[in-house]
Design a protein around this ligand. Structure first.
Ligand code: NAI
Length: 418
């Protein structure tokens, strides 16, 4: 095994830190107040430089941080090593671990009995709940950064096993309007083009799911001059995509037309046997949703007479009739697991992790008043992250005058027109 280049990890952290001004402000603020003093905070996310800056900021805020990865292929061992040499930070992750090994690393993190979890797709939270189905067992709360995780938390709450408060950080405007839309859009297309070395202009790109991620992908693919087709299961989202000017059709029709496919639904089997049978020779399949179940790779394997790695990170499946279908990085998150992937741009993750951090501090301070269950992050917390971001950009914005505030509260016609 090649030696890990710790210095490369340090330089990656330096670069990310230089482009994460919200974290610089929060490090200063929470480094003084230390809201996580005497608290073990478990972090699960993609172990790369932006997550590293987030972890460093938590440690500066007094936390004893224990962290792991949420995806085997997105972890960078050099960043991991550069974090592990810092005080108050311990990581358990390695690039390319199997799913079973990843599960064991997650268990190792939970063995540290965290008081707080900052999670991605509820990976640690769901394990914690499975370990302690009847009680919170010392866990004060959790914050969740992605759509799939919020869905899982709601499922746990519905089954009466969520015995602590959780903030749905994913659902804040500062997260999903930027991270899901712009972060996923830019980083997925960039990695798709880099991994394939193919052109999007003039090609038919099929986007499955017109949620926050899907609309970012669709808009940006259009911006790159692709001909975009959207598939949906929600009639309102399908209509929204139509009125945004995209072609909308069921996947069974789109399957026969697409040159590139990107799934972003948070669901499974969005591309499966029936679709592969109709695809064009050379179709490229990729996924941006959290789990690698959106494209049914088993179905594809069953239809293929042969398969090979045709380029780094791309598996080519040749069907009986000679058509070739290409699957990007085993259907894992293309923006994080492709060979050249580095995840979302730093500026976007500065907002996402800044919101996670601010939400966690708020939850810690209000935990006595919060019931067990999934809670919205208070709007004031989200607004403050936006204000910090605008301040770092040097962009001003207006405030309501006293009269405008009164107007916004009025309902009698004489008060409205006076
Ligand atoms: P969302 O809930 O806003 O959108 C999902 C959309 O997919 C919905 O409109 C839904 O109606 C549609 N859908 C569900 N099943 C479908 C099917 N079989 N066919 C077509 N459409 C279907 O969710 P969001 O925020 O867009 O997230 C989607 C996924 O992406 C989640 O798994 C989330 O965790 C993940 N995610 C990935 C990121 C990345 O870095 N790649 C970043 C943020 C989120």
């Amino acid at each position: 095994m090649a030696a890990v280049d710790v210095d490369s990890g340090r330089r990656k952290l330096d670069w990310a830190r230089a482009h994460m001004p919200i974290h610089a402000r929060l490090r200063e603020r929470f480094g003084a107040s230390r809201p996580f003093a005497n608290t073990v905070v478990a972090v699960c996310s993609h172990v790369e430089a932006k997550t590293g800056v987030f972890i460093e900021t938590l440690a500066a805020a007094g936390a004893e941080v224990v962290f792991t990865g949420s995806e085997p292929m997105s972890s960078q061992d050099d960043v991991m090593a550069a974090l592990n040499e810092q005080d108050g930070i311990t990581g358990h992750m390695r690039h390319g671990v199997t799913d079973d090994e990843l599960a064991r690393l997650h268990e190792t993190v939970l063995d540290q009995n965290p008081n707080f979890i900052l999670d991605d797709a509820a990976e640690l939270t769901a394990r914690w709940v499975a370990r302690h189905p009847d009680a919170a067992a010392g866990l004060l709360g959790t914050c969740e950064q992605t759509t799939t995780g919020v869905q899982r938390l709601q499922a746990m709450a519905g089954q009466g096993v969520l015995h602590f408060p959780s903030y749905a950080v994913n659902d804040t405007p500062m997260k999903h309007y930027f991270d899901n839309v712009h972060g996923t859009g830019e980083s997925t297309l960039t990695n798709l083009c880099q991994a394939t070395n193919l052109l999007l202009a003039g090609q038919r790109v099929v986007i499955a799911g017109f949620g926050y991620c899907g609309r970012g992908l669709a808009e940006k693919a259009r911006g790159w001059n692709a001909r975009v087709i959207v598939t949906e299961i929600d009639p309102r989202r399908a209509l929204e995509a139509h009125m945004a000017g995209f072609d909308v059709m069921p996947m069974e029709e789109a399957a026969a037309q697409g040159d590139f496919f990107i799934t972003a639904t948070g669901n499974r089997d969005v591309l499966r046997d029936v679709h592969f049978r109709n695809m064009r020779d050379g179709a490229v399949l990729s996924n941006a949703g959290h789990f690698n179940v959106e494209i049914n790779a088993e179905d594809l394997g069953a239809l293929a007479k042969s398969r090979r790695e045709v380029r780094a990170g791309i598996e080519e499946f040749t069907l009986e009739d000679g058509r070739r279908i290409n699957l990007l990085c085993e259907g894992r998150l293309a923006n994080l697991a492709a060979p050249t992937a580095m995840g979302h741009p730093a500026e976007v993750m500065d907002q996402t992790f800044g919101t996670q951090l601010m939400a966690a501090v708020d939850l810690m301070s209000r935990r006595q008043d919060l019931s067990a269950g999934v809670h919205a992050v208070p709007d004031a917390v989200d607004r403050e992250v936006a204000e910090i971001k605008l301040e770092t950009l040097g962009i001003g914005f207006d405030e309501l005058t006293d009269i405008q505030q009164q107007f916004a509260q009025a309902w009698r016609i004489e008060d409205i027109k006076s």
